[in-house]
Design a protein. Sequence first.
Length: 360
Amino acid sequence: MRIAKYIFLLLLLLSIAFIVFIATQPNEFNYKSEKTIASSKNTIFQYINDYKNWNSWYPELNSNTKTSLSEITYGEGAFINWDATKITTTQLFGTDSIYQLEQEGDKKYNLYWKFHEEKGETKVIWGIKGSLTFNEKLLSFLKGGNEFMFTSKIEHGLENINEYLINEISNFNILINGVVNSHASYYIQQKDSCSLTEFPIRSNNALQNLQKFVKQNDIVINGDAFIQFASWNINDEPLYFAACIPIEEEILTTPLSDITGHYQEEYSALKITLKGSYSHRKEVWTKALAFIEQNEEYILDKDYKITEIHKKDRSNTTKPSEFITEILIPVKDKNNKPKIVATPVVIPKPTVIQKTDSIN
């Protein structure tokens, strides 16, 4: 009996010591990991910022997970919801950082992202902050430690982002279709200007504003939405552009309206099709302008603007490799005779050397 009593007291002391150990563990935590990804900061930011993409990389989601999304799936106020979990974007600072709130039932965590680009690569930092109850600290200890539980999830997610973007962004094709006639049409537009890194968000916002305007005013659309660039140099900053939607009939707007009606005359243009991420836009412009410079029949016609038509974009697919963009470079015949280039010229896709990245 005395031995049993000693064993009981020993176990009681060990239990008390264990409870004290768990109770004295920090209530607050802040765990993070980082990874260098061979892609531009803007591309990675846009990918993470848009909740449409989360099923393809977030560790707790897959293509079969049923999720609900906010009407606008990116930017401040956007959210994704599944099971008992909801993640909401609370703050953005340019393309440098994203702050989010994760709610799992009664639990709340703060997620944060930071992006640092250097020489075409981007260091991505993903962290999570929060507080733990005694039961959560006990559970995390039994599962191998709170830090292990969260950092393994973070590292898994970063690796998924890296693999997806490397495969998706590197998969693209450029096709020079030839000289075509861009038909005359009425259209509405909204002008804006921004940095190159902000362009995907700002242009998408402008196009969404136009679509709302069209819907509210029962306007009949007559073709695909497009972007017109004010400059012939894609490296110019700020980048001045106009988001446009072709319409069937002319409309008049008030002088103070930021959406205005216009008419585009018919003109000739070199048509180039990009299948893949918008990050290759600069390469398309470079190849197209070089093609025209070497051409003996056509020269640039700067009386018109370079136009970008989004045939298939984020509204149709979450995969950048499936985006289809047509770019029209205005040209005119050197002898003022309209001609059409008969045979498309295919620009072969460059060989991509995938870099091996590691989690620091």
